[in-house]
Design a protein around this ligand. Structure first.
Ligand code: FAD
Ligand code: NAD
Ligand code: FES
Length: 279
C-alpha cells in the first residue's frame, strides 16, 4: 500500500531529513526500538529505518535518515505529497523498558533521532533520563530541543568543539559514570565504532549496556540471514532477535566487516544514480 509523505524537514540539507509518514496501522502499535523497512519504488531495495516517533492520534510515524547511498539519496528527492511504495512494520522487538532509576541514553549523529524515541519511552516509564548526544559539529546535531523537552539532564559534545564538550560522546559518558555509581542502564544508538566504544567504556563500570545494531537487512523477518550478528558467541538475526542486544556481548569486528561486504556495488549504484540524476 502506498504511504504518503505528509511532512518533510530537511534537518541537514542534502544529508539528513525527517519524514512524517501517514501509516495509521503502524502508528497505532509501534513502540520505542521498533523499525520499519521501506521501498521507494518497485525495483528499489528494501532499507530498514528506525521509528523515531509516532503520533497514534494522527496516524503518523517519523523516520530520520542519513543519506548514505542510492536509496537514501532517492528518498532525499521526494517531498510532501509524494508516496513511498511500501512500508513494512513495526519490525523487531521493542526496547525492553523497566524501572531502572537513571538511564543514560547515548546518541551519535543520525542515531540521536532513533535514541530519542527510546529515551522518551524511558522517561514515560518514570526513569531519570540523562541524554548524551554528539555530532561532528554543531550544525550536525539533531533533536536537541526534542530531547530537552523530557530529558532530566543533557550532555553534548562535538568533535570540533563548535558546541558543548570538544570530543566524543564516550568521554562525557565516562565522566558521568565516574561521578554517579547509581546508573541503572546505558543505551547507545549511532555508528558501529561509537556503539563499540560505548560498550568498552561501560564494561569496567559493570553497567548493563544496550546497543541498537544496524547490520544489512533484506527481508526483516528472519528468513534471508543477511542481518546475521554474533552475540555471546551465538548467531542471532538482528531483525527478529534484536535489533537491540547486550553491547558487552556483541562481536563488533564481525559487524563492521559484514557492513562493508557490498561497498563496491553500493558505490557503483550511487554513482549511476547521480549520473542519471544530474544528466
Ligand atoms: P547503500 O549504498 O545501500 O549502503 C550504504 C551503507 O548502508 C553501507 O554501509 C551498508 O553497509 C549499509 N546498508 C546498505 N543496505 C542496507 C540494508 N538493507 N540494511 C542496513 N544497512 C544497509 N539509518 C538511518 O539513517 N536512520 C535510521 O533510523 C536507521 N535505522 C536503522 C535501523 C536498523 C534496524 C538498521 C538495520 C539500519 C538502520 N539504518 C538507519 C541504516 C540504513 O538502513 C542504511 O543506511 C540504509 O540501508 C542505506 O541504504 P542506501 O541505499 O542509501 O545506501
Ligand atoms: P558520525 O560518524 O558523525 O558520529 C557521530 C558521533 O558519534 C561523533 O560525533 C562521536 O561523538 C560519536 N562517535 C563516532 N565514532 C566514535 C568512536 N569511534 N568512539 C566514540 N564515539 C564515536 O555519525 P553519522 O555519520 O551521523 O552516522 C550515524 C550512523 O548511525 C550511521 O552509520 C547509521 O547507519 C547509524 N544509525 C543507526 C541506527 C540504528 O537504529 N541502529 C539509527 C540511525 C542511525
Ligand atoms: Fe533477513 Fe534478518 S533481514 S534474516
Amino acid at each position: 500500500m502506498p504511504i504518503p509523505i505528509v511532512h518533510v524537514e530537511r534537518l541537514i540539507p542534502g544529508k539528513t531529513s525527517k519524514l512524517t509518514l501517514k501509516a495509521p496501522h503502524i502508528a497505532a502499535v509501534a513502540r520505542p526500538g521498533h523499525f520499519v523497512i521501506l521501498r521507494t519504488h518497485a525495483m528499489g531495495e528494501r532499507i530498514p529505518l528506525t521509528i523515531a516517533d509516532t503520533d497514534p492520534d494522527k496516524g503518523t510515524i517519523v523516520i530520520v535518515y542519513l543519506v548514505m547511498g542510492k536509496t537514501t539519496a532517492t528518498l532525499e528527492t521526494m517531498g510532501e505529497g509524494d508516496e513511498i511504495l511500501d512500508l513494512c512494520g513495526p519490525l523487531g522487538h521493542p526496547t525492553h523498558i523497566t524501572p531502572c532509576g537513571t538511564v543514560v541514553c547515548v546518541g551519535g549523529g543520525t542515531g540521536i533521532a532513533a535514541m530519542h524515541h527510546i529515551a522518551k519511552g524511558h522517561a514515560k516509564a518514570g526513569n531519570r533520563v540523562v541524554a548524551v548526544i554528539g555530532a561532528r559539529s554543531k550544525d550536525l546535531l539533531l533533536f536537541e530541543n526534542e530531547l530537552r523537552s523530557f530529558a532530566h539532564e543533557m550532555l553534548i559534545s562535538t568533535d570540533d568543539g563548535s558546541y558543548g564538550h570538544k570530543g566524543l560522546v564516550t568521554e562525557l559518558l565516562r565522566d558521568r559514570l565516574e561521578k554517579d555509581k547509581q546508573v541503572g542502564e546505558v543505551v547507545a544508538v549511532g555508528p558501529v565504532p561509537m556503539m563499540d566504544a560505548v560498550a568498552k567504556t561501560t564494561l569496567p563500570f559493570g553497567v548493563h549496556t544496550t546497543v541498537s545494531l544496524n547490520p544489512i537487512m533484506v527481508d526483516g523477518i528472519g528468513m534471508c540471514g543477511a542481518c546475521r550478528v554474533t552475540v555471546d558467541g551465538k548467531t542471532r538475526f538482528a531483525c527478529v532477535d534484536g535489533p537491540e542486544f547486550d553491547g558487552h556481548k556483541v562481536d563488533f569486528a564481525e559487524l563492521r566487516l559484514r557492513l562493508g561486504a557490498y561497498r563496491t556495488q553500493e558505490q557503483q549504484s550511487l554513482a549511476l544514480f547521480k549520473e542519471a540524476h544530474n544528466g
